[in-house]
Design a protein around this ligand. Structure first.
Ligand code: ADP
Length: 572
């Protein structure tokens, strides 16, 4: 039972109290009415009896005066009432209960007045001679006399009291029976109501699986159905809400953006896992939030009521973050969304660098071509022998431009497309590329050897050829006359390997990591004069990574370099 129910009357008690009050009022009213009616009827009855008695007495009136006293006593005894004989002038001449000599004149008594007029006189008053209230009935007898009969009215009360007692007894028994019946009905009505109340309380406590409680009483039956349908409706809503919350949780947990909700009291109401990853442990209150700029954007958004966005740094680990605080108009909530833009900024920087580098790389041969073209024109006009040199310069720059454009196109295609993976015989591919460069290498006085095991990898023949060609091209360009180049193809447990070894210039240790960057060269002049674009090794690395492989480099300045491509073996 709830607290508020304490001190309230139970339904059954209310029924009983109401019934008891109504019953008592009804019984009292009915009793009064019946009492009045009964006493009226008894009075009428008594009056008629006394009148009858008076008439009988009149008929037996003796002729002689001396017999009147005996007559009165005999009549009184026979009728059980008092009898009085009165002259028309009011003088009492005989009375069954008193001596007529001492009785006063009755001429003024109302019943006597009526009887002397020839009517039946009836009156009720306290008798002067007996001291009790009496009912008097007087009738005229032979000519001038009046015979009066009377009885004390308490006779009526005596008769009534017996009736009253029995009526009271009946009313009491009926009342008790009523209490039992009403109590029974009240309990029968109260029980389902109590059960429905318990059911409703169970719903309040979260038990929404409610069987409808049917009842023979229509209103209670409807109430039971209403409670069960309300509970099931509530259950559906709760389930829907819980599911929506689950979905929301899943979404928020999966979001890469840090999402933090701040309430009107500057408490942190919610923070998703990404928020903890991006800005470190999220505290319970705004004042503990770091980086401090996060607090600033939230406060600014609260003050301005508008979305505020700011880029900021986070130490340990160093990250660039973009935080946006959005206020909600209706409640004082602020949503802070934090995004890690470190990679994006790096990519943007790489792209900017690439555009700048590519423009620069393109501009150099173009400038040379323009300048050489002018010089060539003048030399031709003068019929100067230097014309041949300028033409050669133009050709060289044009080839450099051609190589650069070809590498840029390769790089752009490789970045755009995923390699079309097929089984590739790595040994045959290496053989083709070695033979392709052999003339150039031998013209430079380099020895070129290949030792190849039969190895099948999964890859794009075209892309892998480009990678191996770039390595052989570099080895030829960066190895001085009389040097050697050795190519080996073999397999270990998981990879097919192409190894290109030379005893060329080698690469300084500090540059080993950077030679794979776009446009990075150890010696820019050497690279250009040998027709390099600065893109060869970045193409090689791109091909390896996109094939799920890797490229390894070992090199020592002045000793030589070894590049090894590792590619996933073709599985059956
Ligand atoms: P490039 O077109 O300049 O050769 P790459 O990307 O192919 O550009 O190579 C980057 C740099 O790495 C080259 O400029 C060169 O300095 C160095 N390099 C590459 N291969 C070799 C090698 N086999 N021996 C020595 N240096 C090399």
């Amino acid at each position: 039972m709830s607290k508020s129910a304490r001190g309230r009357t139970p339904l059954s008690a209310r029924f009983l109290i109401t019934y008891a009050v109504a019953y008592v009022v009804l019984i009292v009213l009915m009793g009064l009415f019946a009492d009045r009616a009964a006493s009226g009827a008894l009075l009428d009855n008594l009056t008629a009896s006394l009148e009858q008695g008076a008439r009988l007495a009149t008929e037996s009136l003796p002729e002689h005066e001396a017999e009147l006293s005996g007559w009165a006593e005999a009549v009184s005894e026979a009728g059980g009432f008092r009898v009085t004989l009165i002259e028309a002038d009011g003088e009492v001449i005989a009375d069954s209960h008193s001596d007529p000599a001492v009785m006063e004149n009755h001429a003024d008594r109302p019943e006597i007045v009526s009887a002397t007029r020839g009517e039946v006189g009836v009156a009720t008053r306290v008798s002067a001679s007996t001291g009790f209230e009496q009912l008097y009935v007087a009738i005229p007898s032979d000519g001038s006399r009046v015979v009066r009969t009377s009885l004390p009215t308490r006779v009526i009360d005596e008769e009534l009291s017996a009736v009253r007692y029995s009526l009271l007894g009946v009313a009491g028994v009926a009342g008790l029976l009523g209490v039992v019946v009403v109590g029974f009905i009240a309990r029968r009505l109260a029980r389902p109501i109590t059960e429905l109340t318990e059911q409703s309380l169970a719903v309040v406590e979260g038990n929404l699986d409610v069987e409808p409680r049917r009842s023979q009483v229509r209103e209670l039956d409807q109430l039971g159905l209403a409670i069960s349908s309300m509970a099931s409706d509530l259950g559906k809503r709760v389930t829907d809400t819980e599911r929506a919350m689950e979905y929301l949780q899943v979404v928020l947990r999966a979001l890469p953006q840090g999402t933090i909700l701040i309430d009107g009291e500057d408490n942190i109401a919610y923070a998703n896992p990404a928020a903890h990853e991006l800005i470190g442990p999220v505290p319970g209150e705004l004042s503990g939030l770091s980086p401090y700029q996060c607090q600033m954007v939230i406060r600014e958004a609260r003050e301005t009521g508008a979305r505020v966005e700011r880029v900021m740094d986070r130490d340990k680990p160093a990250r660039r973050l973009r935080a946006a605080a959005t206020p909600f108009d209706d409640d004082d909530l602020i949503l802070l969304v934090v995004v890690d833009i470190t990679d994006q900024e790096r990519v943007d920087q790489i792209r900017r660098d690439f555009v700048a580098n590519a423009s620069h790389e393109l501009k150099t041969p173009v400038t040379t071509i323009i300048a050489s073209t002018d010089a060539l024109r003048i030399a031709v006009e003068r019929d100067d022998e230097s014309a041949i040199r300028f033409a050669a310069q133009i050709e060289s720059s044009a080839r450099q431009l051609d190589g650069l454009v070809a590498d840029l196109l390769d790089l752009s295609r490789l970045e755009k497309e995923k390699p079309d993976l097929q089984p590739v015989r790595l040994d045959l591919l290496a053989l083709d590329e070695v033979e392709r460069i052999r003339d150039e290498a031998e013209a430079k006085g380099l020895s070129l050897d290949l030792s190849a095991d039969e190895v099948v990898v999964s890859g794009s023949h075209r892309d892998l050829s480009i990678a191996v060609r770039n390595l052989l091209d570099n080895a030829t360009r960066y190895t001085s006359e009389g040097g050697w180049i050795e190519v080996a193809v073999f397999a270990d447990e998981t990879s097919g390997v192409v190894e290109v070894r030379d005893n060329g210039d080698g690469i300084p240790t500090r540059d080993l990591d950077r030679v794979f960057e776009r446009f990075y060269r150890v010696d820019v002049g050497r690279s250009r004069t040998t027709g390099g674009t600065g893109l060869g090794l970045s193409i090689v690395r791109h091909v390896c990574v996109s094939h799920g492989g890797s490229v390894e480099l070992e090199s020592e300045l002045g000793v030589g370099s070894t590049f090894a491509l590792r590619l996933p073996l073709q599985t059956a």
